[in-house]
Design a protein around this ligand. Structure first.
Ligand code: NAP
Length: 274
């Protein structure tokens, strides 16, 4: 039981396909006590059975990160019901539709501000508000994507937000290291979730990743969940400020793989087709 005795809060479960759900499952399986949050009343109803499933129906709180008062209220509820906590999972992102398709240079300031506020600033705000109840051996985890490092079609505004999020991870890690708080990110390969459905041509991203990753497959929320659980546990006690790729190796590729036919002739697996 790697997480026995650990308590934490997981933000960003929309349903059982969410990456945060995979992380919650892995933490529960390894003995952690978990609290989860919901965005609004509509999601409270939808998520109630999920909270039941995860054994945390009594630790199920509202938190829309665009509302500072809800983050403050979350801290009060966690303190009352759990006392000190040992980990936070920030698995939240949002960009208006106009930021996830079309010409990048046309993005409005409003869309830019919303994406940065929900997807990046919220990490800083959550950590700051919850810091008084974080133990001095605690771990914070956020979720990124390769589109924050390299161009990915249609990822547009979210790519800029993920670049800022990865740098925020490093600055937080340095600042909070002295308080015994580690801060890491997982850069996950593409997974079909609610958030992913908003990205133009997402199906093509999935095909491309599986065709060109060294492991020739896409990742699952269980894969990300297990790696996330490691980063939240004491197994990663000396790891901080990292962006850890859980993407079947896709990020190491500079060009599509070479494949060989029966006669040993080489060809490039363009578009995944030999
Ligand atoms: P998801 O299931 O849709 O989760 C996204 C979560 O963000 C949802 O629970 C959503 O809540 C929440 N959220 C949005 N606005 C919020 C707000 N104002 N306050 C509180 N919560 C808010 O999708 P996911 O793919 O698991 O996404 C989780 C994280 O992984 C995101 O940071 C995403 O960028 C990242 N990621 C995803 C992939 C992928 O391919 N799926 C790959 C790499 C990284 P509601 O649904 O209730 O609005």
């Amino acid at each position: 039981m790697i997480m026995k005795g650990k308590k934490g809060v997981i933000l960003g479960i929309a349903n059982k396909k969410s990456i945060a759900y995979g992380i919650a499952q892995a933490c529960r399986e390894q003995g952690a006590e978990v609290a989860i949050t919901f965005l609004n009343e509509r999601f409270e109803k939808k998520l109630a059975p999920v909270a039941e499933d995860l054994g945390c129906a009594d630790k199920f709180y509202p938190c829309d990160v665009s509302k500072p008062e809800e983050i403050k209220a979350l801290k009060e509820s966690l303190e009352k019901d759990m006392g000190q906590i040992d980990f936070i999972v920030h698995s939240i992102a949002f960009a208006p539709k106009e930021g996830l398709t079309g010409r990048f240079y046309e993005i409005s300031k409003d869309a830019f501000d919303i994406a940065m506020d929900i997807s990046v600033y919220s990490l800083i705000e959550i950590v700051r508000e919850l810091k008084p109840i974080l133990s001095n051996n605690s771990s914070v985890l956020t979720l990124s994507y390769y589109g924050g490092v390299k161009y990915i079609p249609n990822y547009n505004l979210m790519g800029v937000a993920k670049a800022a999020l990865e740098m925020t991870t490093r600055y937080l890690a340095e600042d909070l290291g002295r308080d015994g708080i580690r801060v890491n990110a997982i850069s996950a390969g593409p997974i079909k979730t609610l958030a992913a459905a908003g990205i133009g041509e997402f199906g093509f991203m999935l095909k491309w990743n599986a065709a060109h990753a060294p492991l020739k497959k896409n990742v699952t929320i269980q894969d990300v969940g297990n790696s996330g659980m490691y980063l939240l546990s004491d197994l990663s006690a000396s790891v901080t400020g990292e962006v850890h790729y859980v993407d079947a190796g896709f990020n190491i590729m500079g060009m599509p793989s070479v494949s060989f036919d029966e006669d040993g002739r080489q060809s490039i697996a363009w578009n995944g087709e030999k």
